[in-house]
Design a protein around this ligand. Structure first.
Ligand code: ZN
Length: 254
């Protein structure tokens, strides 16, 4: 990432020099702004790895996928999702929001007790402003959530997911300093906007294959008809296809 930023600085300086010596103002402007497009792409595309090393799948030669559930914990949804996962013998990673976890420490402990992983999804889920947050704000989002997201007797999260997948230019250094890895997805369920859980499940099942990272959500912004029901139908469909839900080891994330 440092190499990328160094290249951007060099290109911009070259553009300024071209502009100043008057070789071609048009080319100078193009050269000056093209790197910004590259930066915007890698900030706003959830799967892009140019600024922050990001995993969108995991290595496996077995029929298994990684189910990830964002935005909890939720007192209505989380207990029902945990029961569903037990019924299907499935394991999942819950990307929890720190301040919500602080309000429901018993749910955080229960997620861990049932053998699931707790992921880091920032402290306040600043979806609209995370991309332009200062280094101090990024640090606060990471550090304030660490306590609430660490279950009693457990370990702090190893995986981080930016809110709505949008990254920040300061994020890579902050993650490395805290031993966190950035995990995105390659199967987006669309449950945030859907009203028909069956369509959500059909979409996920059409795209899921070994090594896929599936993105689903829990909590109030979801439509009532979709909440939990979509996850239930996805789990049933994965069972029917012989795809197990597992939590990949570090060695599978390369
Ligand atoms: Zn989220």
């Amino acid at each position: 990432m440092r190499f990328s930023l160094l290249c951007i600085v060099i290109i911009k300086i070259a553009a300024l020099i071209l502009g100043l010596i008057g070789v071609s103002m048009g080319w100078a402007l193009v050269l000056f702004f093209v790197p910004d497009l590259w930066v915007l792409y890698h900030l706003f595309m959830p799967g892009a790895s140019g600024l922050v090393r990001t995993f969108t799948r995991f290595q496996t030669d077995r029929p298994e996928v990684w189910l990830t559930i964002d935005d909890g914990p939720d007192e209505h949804d989380t207990p029902r999702i945990l029961d569903l996962l037990d019924q299907h013998g499935a394991r999942a990673t819950f990307f929890l929001v720190g301040e919500r976890a602080a309000r429901h420490p018993a749910l955080v402990a229960e997620i861990a007790r049932r053998g699931h992983e707790i992921g880091h999804h920032t402290h306040t889920h600043p979806a609209g402003t995370f991309w332009c947050s200062t280094p101090a704000q990024v640090k606060r989002q990471l550090d304030a959530a660490t306590g609430p997201l660490t279950p009693p007797g457990g370990v702090p999260p190893r995986c981080f997911r930016p809110p709505v997948g949008i990254k920040n230019i300061w994020l890579q250094c902050a993650l490395v300093a805290r031993g966190l890895i950035c995990v995105s997805w390659n199967v987006r369920s669309g449950d945030s906007f859907a009203r028909d859980p069956q369509k959500v499940a059909e979409h996920v099942l059409r795209l899921a294959k070994p090594g896929s990272i599936l993105l689903l959500h829990e909590g109030a912004p979801l439509h009532d008809a979709v909440r939990v029901t979509a996850i239930a139908q996805v789990l049933a469909g994965l069972d029917a296809r012989g795809l197990r839900c597992v939590i990949p080891a570090d060695a599978q994330l390369r």
